[in-house]
Ligand binder design. Structure first.
Ligand SMILES: Nc1ncnc2c1ncn2[C@@H]1O[C@H](COP(=O)(O)OP(=O)(O)O)[C@@H](O)[C@H]1O
Ligand SMILES: O=P(O)(O)OC[C@H]1O[C@](O)(COP(=O)(O)O)[C@@H](O)[C@@H]1O
Length: 318
């Protein structure tokens, strides 16, 4: 019986458990033996493998995080680290490796593929910063978490007639800020991909209060600036009572949305189909509602651009 191993790596994201469950159950249904690797590449180098039967992935569909746990590992980036990993995979008789993670995890998977291990990537990151997929696993859930959190902030900001500067995750990608900014009707979105002018934002906030607004919200992606710094400048420019909130790791938790559960279930099915066809060295995604796949190289060479139309939609709505 051929063996498929699965691991989760990098920052966890809601829906990783659902993805593991889908890979494992579809794999078993197709006659494969399934293995889980704990704590990503760290566990792979340390031989931390567990057998996964259908029951082992029961009761996890609705849970955030990853029951296999995740880690970041500097050692795995080295030749020595990778050769430990390859030896462990060979000794355990693993034929295929499914990696659920972000760009860094894909780079690790591509390095293993180059050294003869058949690898597959599933886009697990809340940031939505992987090219050639419209969504990454957890992004939709995170938007819902952020939208709910902003609803709570809005209540208290309104009572006190304050400006709220909210920092969300996204080191190089402003998708969380832009999408949740639209879903929350915020007044300004500051993202790394687009130029922004704090004087212009400040003027707009003052005008808003003059026109009868009782609160204002400015959303900033962590890669574009610190909420605390932006709040200080706005306060200096406008004299408005301005507070900063960093949503932080709250954004990565919570039960996965129905969208993320269905999306990951589809990807589990499709990755097993690719394994059966012996196509490897690829990562899956969803483009215009189709599950697609591309080689790791295609993904690395493709720029992940911000959706400029969506940015314009936001600008027209404020
Ligand atoms: N260039 C690389 N070559 C090999 N492995 C890498 C590389 N970049 C990252 N990795 C591995 O993938 C792990 C996860 O990457 P990281 O960037 O932290 O998160 P993510 O996968 O979410 O982007 C790293 O801790 C490291 O072990
Ligand atoms: O939890 P950590 O290790 O501090 O990492 C925080 C980072 O993880 C993320 O949530 C996801 O990033 P990755 O996809 O690189 O893991 C980023 O938005 C954030 O900057």
């Amino acid at each position: 019986m051929k063996k498929i191993a699965v691991l989760t790596s990098g920052g966890d994201s809601q829906g990783m458990n659902s993805a593991i469950r889908a890979v494992v159950r579809t794999g078993i249904a197709s006659g494969f033996e399934m293995v889980g690797i704990k704590r990503g590449y760290k566990g792979l180098m340390e031989n931390d493998f567990i057998t996964l039967d259908s029951r082992a992935v029961g009761d996890i569909l609705y849970r955030g995080g990853t029951f296999l746990q995740s880690a970041r590992s500097e050692e795995f980036k080295t030749e020595a680290g990778q050769s430990k990993a390859i030896n462990n995979l060979k000794e355990a008789g693993i034929d295929y490796l499914v990696v659920i993670g972000g760009d860094g995890s894909y780079r690790g998977a591509a390095a293993l593929q180059q050294q003869g291990i058949k690898t597959y990537g599933l886009p697990g990151t809340i940031d939505n910063d992987i090219p050639l997929t419209d969504y990454t696993i957890g992004f939709d859930t995170t938007l819902n978490v952020v939208t709910d959190a902003i609803g709570n902030l809005r209540d208290t900001m309104s009572s006190h007639e304050r400006v709220s500067v909210i920092e969300v995750m996204g080191r190089s990608c402003g998708d969380i800020a832009l999408h949740a900014g639209i879903s929350s009707g915020v007044d300004a979105v500051i993202i790394p991909e687009m130029k922004w002018d704090i004087e212009e934002i400040s003027k707009k906030l003052v005008q808003g209060f003059e026109n009868g607004k009782t609160h204002s919200i400015v959303m900033v992606a962590e890669g574009a600036g610190k909420a605390e710094d932006i709040a200080t400048i706005i306060k200096e420019n406008t004299d408005l009572d301005t507070r900063a909130t960093v949503l932080g790791h709250i954004q990565r938790g919570g039960t996965p949305s129905a969208f993320d559960r269905v999306f990951t279930s589809r990807m589990g099915y499709n990755v097993i189909e690719l394994i059966e066809k012996d196509i490897s060295g690829v990562a899956l995604g969803m483009e215009t509602n189709e599950i697609t796949y591309h080689t790791f190289e295609e993904i690395f060479n493709h720029e992940d651009k911000v959706d400029k139309t969506l940015y314009k939609i936001f600008k027209d709505l404020v």
